[in-house]
Design a protein around this ligand. Structure first.
Ligand code: PLP
Length: 432
């Protein structure tokens, strides 16, 4: 795989370089210069393949030139250790459950695959790596779990103080060992900016082998394409075109879906669903991309005012507004509507949707109703509801069961270092 920068001011790199650099020096994003189409025979047989078998075929096509098949299989078997089941919720409406990994959010796919891939490259080169990751809640937990106790890797997580749920905070701050949490007195956008500045800082680059674990890292997008193929494999027998609704913040998940589409996955439409941070739905409606300061909502993992994967979304969607809006429809909902949906889905189906998943459900329903076509709708459930327990219980007016794995976490003590939003402070901390 050869990768170029979306700003075209940096040289092309190999997969290994893109994985460790994270961002190109010109501050663009790495993109594969070619996305292969999978053969027809793959799609004819896909219903007989498991998620990991699908993952191997997709990775072979994408990165098989960089990594031998036996090693790829090992990377997949180490990282994709849980399923992505498709569950019927209502007629023609299915949920793709992406929360069966250790941190109970879909980011386990990207975080764990990236960790395995980096470990694989490190075995060959014996480098020491310092991972910096900004999180709006779920990335940190997935990345921390993925890299926990991995030799040769140090992880520093930046999260916005008071803006993640208790369970999310505990997932970031209770592991210890090679994982350190910085509690930033600001927003997710501040955390993301601090990480970006660190990568561009010559002193830090000279002292450390810095690597990024955010969704800007191409190795997180690759595994996120696997489960779109898996949904198709499980639903193919229905014989109807698929519509995917993706609850979105930085738009890595949706970009991965469009990579699957570019590899030949039959998809009728994608829906980009957001909360009140509706920069991309506005772009799809008007053709103008206008980042704004992020607003706090109950779907906090999507509180992103300047979606970092937008350049990729644009390129993958066809490169211009007309093409993108033909493939992707944008919708957004405020907190009141999100809570109303959580209640309605629970009353009608007994299924519990987290706030992010509720937005995806509602987006699917609203867009499909307008399409007037016979389709199979799939909404992505990006987290287990129990990660957002106070919101869920307040919304439904009842107590809800908590999986044991999460309940145990709540009893552990939090260990975090306070941090300001000033880059000089962050830099001094890293250098000390
Ligand atoms: C990260 C996250 C999202 C947003 O995903 P992007 O790839 O950034 O668009 C949605 N829901 C949950 C639960 C998340 O953790």
């Amino acid at each position: 795989m050869n990768l170029y920068s979306t700003k075209h001011q940096s040289p092309d790199v190999s997969l290994e370089e893109a994985v460790f650099r994270g961002l190109p020096p010109d501050n663009g994003l790495y993109m594969p210069d070619h996305i292969p189409t999978l053969p027809l025979s793959f799609f004819e047989n896909i219903q007989n393949l498991s998620l990991t078998e699908i993952a191997l075929e997709v990775s072979k096509a994408l990165i098989g030139d960089d990594i031998p098949e036996a090693d790829l299989k090992r990377i997949i078997d180490q990282s994709i250790t849980f399923d992505a089941p498709v569950v019927a919720v209502e007629p023609d409406t299915y949920v793709l459950e992406l929360f069966h990994g250790p941190s109970m959010a879909f980011k386990d796919f990207g975080g764990r695959f990236m960790a395995s891939l980096m470990s694989y490259f490190l075995e060959k080169s014996a480098k020491e790596i310092h991972i910096l990751v900004a999180t709006s809640g779920d990335t940190g937990g997935a990345v921390a779990q993925g890299f926990y106790q991995t030799p040769g890797i140090k992880v520093t997580i930046l999260y916005p103080s008071g803006k993640v749920s208790d369970i999310q905070e505990k997932q970031l701050t209770t592991l210890g060992a090679n994982v350190t949490a910085l509690e930033v007195d600001g927003t997710f956008d501040d955390c993301q900016r601090l990480v970006k500045e660190a990568f561009l800082d010559a002193d830090l680059r000279a002292k450390f082998n810095l690597a990024s674990a955010n969704s800007i890292n191409i190795s997180r997008l690759i595994p996120q394409s696997f489960y779109y193929f898996n949904a198709y494999a499980r639903l193919k027998h229905l014989g109807k075109p698929l519509v995917f609704c993706v609850p979105s913040g930085n738009f890595g998940n949706l970009s991965a879906g469009i990579i699957a589409y570019r590899m030949g996955l039959p998809v009728r439409k994608f829906i980009a669903a957001t909360n009140s941070n509706h920069i991309v739905p506005d772009y799809l409606a008007t053709g103008t991309f206008e980042p704004k300061p992020s607003q706090e909502t109950i779907s906090n993992a999507m509180d992103v005012g300047n979606p970092s994967n937008f350049p990729r979304l644009l390129l993958l969607g066809g490169g211009d507004w007309e093409s993108v809006k033909n493939l992707v429809t944008g919708v957004w909902y405020d907190d009141a509507k999100t809570q109303d949906t959580i209640r309605r889905v629970y009353e009608n189906t007994a299924y519990l949707v987290c706030p992010h998943t509720a937005i995806a459900y509602q987006g699917l329903k609203d867009v499909v109703a307008e399409m007037n076509e016979d389709v199979t709708g799939v909404f992505l459930s990006t987290a287990h509801y129990a990660k957002f327990l106070p919101t869920m219980e307040a919304t439904l007016g009842t107590t809800l069961p908590v999986p044991e794995r999460l309940a145990e976490l709540l009893d552990k003590p939090k260990v975090a270092t306070p941090m300001t939003t000033t880059f000089a402070d962050f830099k001094a901390y890293l250098l000390q």
